[in-house]
Design a protein around this ligand. Structure first.
Ligand code: ADP
Length: 320
């Protein structure tokens, strides 16, 4: 392989730049020319390509977001759109593509592979909602961002003897709430996988209060409810409580990647180039039992996410 390209697609996540850098420098190591495609599949269709030599990825390792920018692209879901994309890759002599994104981007990558363009996916999403890999790129940083918010909110909640309902990202997957909630000492963790009524959440808050806790924090996945609504419901059920809500929103997507995500982005990126060089195609890269691995895209997307009930139960014990 002499020429490869890399793009970021779908939602951005901290560590994407580390992965882009690793593809550029990994490719350089094998004597390849590496190109960056801007704005995901949209830029691929519009032929927005830049050269990425070793120096053009200097000073990005520590930055959140993606230097190549990202986009959602409806046209790529059509055969005509993908034909244009493939023609652009071919006209530049590109022989392999690395796609950094979530499950939607992986579906696109699979279709490009089937059209004859060797394609490898890297899981870039803060939600940790891809089951074939233990961790996705950006999850750790987002957890740390939530943790920082929990710490700050706890100071003021404790001073005022208040309850805080903190809403975090995660529509179908409660991993952000679970991991950050456990690490932040949440009184209750409310996730889509384990639904809870306002009454049940209130019981947990009361349990803490009755055992002498001055304040408590409930971490709520966006897929399990809405912080403002829940705050109103709990206040209605028990007007003696002073409840406030915090919605973290897009803050969770940004920021300098953590050590874990810089390492993950770097090792994912270098590995993706290595397997492209070895002639692999239609694969997605992941980390399983602390080892970088790769899998067929469709097989990987078929793996069902299993909620970590053990961790959830430990968090419940720790809230006593
Ligand atoms: P993510 O990759 O973060 O899951 P999306 O689901 O928005 O984000 O997907 C990103 C892009 O991938 C879409 O805008 C589209 O261009 C492409 N894509 C998603 N699903 C498909 C599909 N079924 N077929 C082809 N392309 C797809």
């Amino acid at each position: 392989l002499k020429k490869i390209a890399v793009l970021t697609s779908g939602g951005d996540s901290p560590g994407m730049n580390a992965a882009i850098r690793a593809v550029a420098r990994g490719g350089y190591n094998y004597g390849m020319s590496v190109y960056g495609i801007e704005r995901g599949y949209q830029g691929l269709i519009e032929d927005q390509m830049i050269g990425l030599d070793q120096r053009s990825v200097s000073n990005v390792l520590q930055r959140g977001g993606t230097m190549l920018r990202t986009a959602r692209c409806e046209e790529f879901k059509t055969v005509e759109g993908r034909k244009k994309a493939l023609a652009n890759l071919k006209s530049h002599g590109i022989e392999g593509l690395v796609v950094i994104g979530g499950d939607g981007s992986f579906m696109g990558a699979k279709l490009l592979s089937e059209m004859g363009m060797p394609t490898i996916g890297i899981p870039g999403t803060i939600d940790n909602d891809l089951a074939y890999t233990d961790f996705t790129l950006g999850f750790d940083t987002a957890c740390n961002t939530i943790l920082d918010a929990i710490n700050k909110v706890r100071d003021t909640m404790d001073s005022h003897e208040r309850v805080n309902i903190m809403e975090v990202m995660g529509r179908n997957c409660g991993d952000l709430a679970l991991h950050a909630g456990l690490a932040g000492g949440a009184q209750a963790i409310v996730v889509p996988e384990v639904p809870m009524t306002a009454k049940e959440i209130l019981a947990k808050i009361k349990e803490g209060k009755d055992s002498g806790k001055r304040s408590s924090i409930v971490v709520l996945s966006e897929g399990a409810g809405n912080a403002e609504t829940l705050t109103k419901e709990i206040t209605k059920l028990d007007s003696s409580l002073s409840v406030r809500s915090t919605v973290l929103g897009h803050i969770q997507r940004g920021g300098a990647p953590s050590m874990v995500d810089r390492r993950l982005g770097t090792t994912f990126g270098e590995y993706a180039v290595r397997i492209l060089k070895d002639g692999k195609s239609n694969r997605i890269v992941g980390i399983k039992d602390n080892k970088i691995m790769d899998m067929d895209i469709i097989e990987g997307l078929k793996v069902k996410k299993v909620f970590d009930k053990e961790l959830y139960d430990i968090a419940t014990i720790m809230a006593k």
